[in-house]
Design a protein around this ligand. Structure first.
Ligand code: BTN
Length: 244
């Protein structure tokens, strides 16, 4: 039997309040932090989301970043692996049937319960994971309140934040280990099984362009394949997906 030491979270820093865990980890990387170092904050005052959006991070959520040194820091499959690890970890810790919306939104009951922001600073990648664990939705900005949900709301009781942290660290460790050791296909299959996107009609905003069709699959690079009424499926490497 193969045994190995866990890489992700091998060093774990807990901070009470800061701007963004991704920013702290970026500066720790410049100061020589080692791969696997993780930072978790009780509260972020300048949390960032994908596409330049801000990410509301009041107390009660899991606000976590992990420093990785993958062969290709900007590999889209790393973002998918992080989403798989986070979803599997949250499922194990809370029992909530979290699914994934391409590329890396964690969803429950068609609402967003968490997300992943990977920032590549070669040779590093900072993987930021946010999960609305015991959040009071009233503390979220009005524009996200309707489309967001917390784990506690869905399971009907407060969820142990440390259990979610442990689950997500273990889940990310497992998925990253597979990706690093040439088992990326296994990670993509796990993503497919967790997906709430595949088989669904979607609208994808790619910069100023909009593509509409059925999300048929992801390819070997992790790109989303959207089939319209005619021609070959459109291959989406970055964009914002709405389930129709
Ligand atoms: C998304 O837009 O869905 C991604 C959200 C990622 C939020 C997390 S919280 C921890 C880490 N620090 C940040 O500033 N952002 C990420």
């Amino acid at each position: 039997m193969r045994t190995r030491t866990r890489l992700v979270g091998s060093t774990l820093l807990r901070v009470d309040r800061l701007g963004s865990t991704n920013d702290l980890l970026r500066s720790l990387a410049q100061q020589g932090a080692s791969e696997g170092t993780a930072v978790v904050a009780r509260e972020q005052t300048a949390g960032r989301g994908r596409m330049g959006r801000s990410w509301a991070s009041p107390p009660g959520g899991l606000w976590l970043s992990v420093l990785l040194r993958p062969p290709r820091p900007a590999d889209l499959r790393l973002a998918l692996a992080a989403a798989v690890g986070a979803a599997e970890g949250v499922r194990g810790a809370s029992g909530a049937p979290v699914g994934l919306k391409w590329p890396n939104d964690l969803v429950l009951q068609r609402r967003k319960v968490g997300g992943v922001l990977v920032e590549a600073i070669p040779p590093w990648a900072v993987v930021g994971i946010g999960v609305n664990v015991n959040l009071d939705r009233a503390l979220l900005p009005p524009d996200v309140r309707k489309s967001a949900v917390s784990l506690a709301e869905v399971v009907g009781h407060m969820v142990d934040l440390d259990a979610v942290l442990d689950g997500v660290l273990a889940g990310l460790d497992h998925a990253y280990d597979a990706l690093r050791h040439g088992r990326g296909d296994e990670v993509l299959d796990r993503w497919r099984r967790l997906s709430v996107t595949l088989g669904q009609p979607v609208r994808v905003r790619i910069g100023g362009r909009v593509v509409q069709g059925i999300a048929v699959d992801i390819d070997a690079a992790g790109a989303l394949l959207v089939a319209g009424s005619a021609g070959a499926p459109v291959r989406v490497l970055a964009g914002d997906v709405t389930l129709l």
